[in-house]
Design a protein around this ligand. Structure first.
Ligand code: IPM
Ligand code: MN
Length: 336
């Protein structure tokens, strides 16, 4: 297994090193190459993601990423130039974000209702494509557009992936959109779901407006199994799904090229948290669960399940004392 490792900014390198500790136990033969990308490199060289580095990264089986973003760089520069650049260049059209309330974890919802949701977020289209512009900038008559791009090809491949995942678990898929207002894209998503649904007769299909879904995620999360949605709605709903499932410190994600042409990228949903960087306070659980997603994606299903089980056992036995980043990593690695 050839792995490209990008610690990135802030707490990224700290949580990634715990994730690698765990990976080393279950996949001792993994060959790792570190890539120095992020704020440090940008300040030193002006580079974000040089083409030669991207080409090298393409030669790996998977990418493990910590976090991107630093207050010393204007907001968006690293995020777009590095993180989104990588997702687009490597055709990571499936942004997979599971949210599970693990036993022993007390979430913020009344009654600690069970949650076991997989969000399949589209990863390469929507308003993330940079398809917009501005005129008369800085004047009272400034106009800005940010066009949401949705192609039948792009929608269909992520919808089909969502159905396949639903069929492999709870047989329920919910499309989240805003078809009552976003008529054109909404119609494309809705028709695509209805058409692909005929290939998956066992899967029950539901539709919810994105705003109403925010309510249901808080009042009745059990009604969701697999959610499929566009890039921006998916960004938003996965933060809430993480928050109700024990917090962003536990949320893992996979950026997948469903065709298998390019290496997929595994990263915690959380950001670089510069306010706590270097203090050993960051929870490495999301990065460790990202390793489980990585192993699963590479066909190492047993190893993936072992890592998830070890994390679940650790979560179940965590008291109220805050453990340090390395304590949590050591504990989970040792239990394996
Ligand atoms: C995420 C992040 C990114 C996104 C940002 C940093 C570009 O919020 O991975 O959810 O919007 O996708
Ligand atoms: Mn986000």
């Amino acid at each position: 297994m050839k792995l490209a490792v990008i610690g990135g900014d802030g707490i990224g390198p700290e949580v990634v090193s715990e994730a690698l500790k765990v990976l080393d136990v279950v996949a001792p033969g993994a060959e790792k190459t570190d890539y120095d990308l992020g704020a440090r490199r940008y300040h030193a060289t002006g580079e974000l993601l040089p083409g030669s580095v991207l080409d090298e990264i393409r030669g790996h089986d998977a990418i493990l990423l910590g976090a991107i973003g630093d207050p010393s760089v204007p907001s968006g520069v690293l995020e777009r130039g590095l993180l989104l650049n990588m997702r687009f260049a490597l055709d990571h059209h499936i942004n997979l974000r599971p949210s599970k309330l693990y036993p022993g974890v007390v979430g913020p919802l009344v009654g600690n209702k069970p949650i076991d949701i997989v969000v399949v977020r589209e990863g390469t289209e929507g308003p993330y494509t940079g398809n917009g512009g501005a005129i008369r900038t800085g004047t009272p008559h400034e106009v800005a557009t940010e066009v949401s791009l949705n192609t039948r090809f792009g929608v269909e491949r992520v919808v089909r992936d969502g159905f396949a995942r639903a069929q492999a678990r709870g047989n329920h898929l919910t499309l989240l959109h805003k078809t009552n207002v976003l008529a054109y894209a909404g119609s494309l998503w809705k028709r695509t779901v209805d058409e692909v649904a005929t290939e998956f007769p066992s899967v029950e299909v539901a539709y919810q407006h994105i705003d109403a879904a925010m309510i249901h995620l808080v009042t009745d999360p059990g009604r969701f199994d697999v959610i499929v949605t566009d890039n921006l709605f998916g960004d938003i709903v996965t933060d809430l799904a993480a928050a109700v499932s024990g917090g962003i410190g536990l949320a893992a994600s996979a950026n997948i090229d469903g065709t298998g042409t390019n290496p997929s990228m595994f990263e915690p949903v959380h950001g670089s948290a510069p306010d706590i960087a270097g203090q050993g306070k960051a929870d490495p659980t999301a990065a460790i669960l990202s390793v489980s997603l990585l192993l699963d994606n590479l066909g190492e299903h047993d190893a993936a399940a072992r890592v998830e089980k070890a994390v679940a056992a650790d979560l179940a036995s965590r008291g109220t004392d805050a453990a340090s980043t390395t304590e949590i990593g050591d504990r989970i690695a040792a239990s394996l």
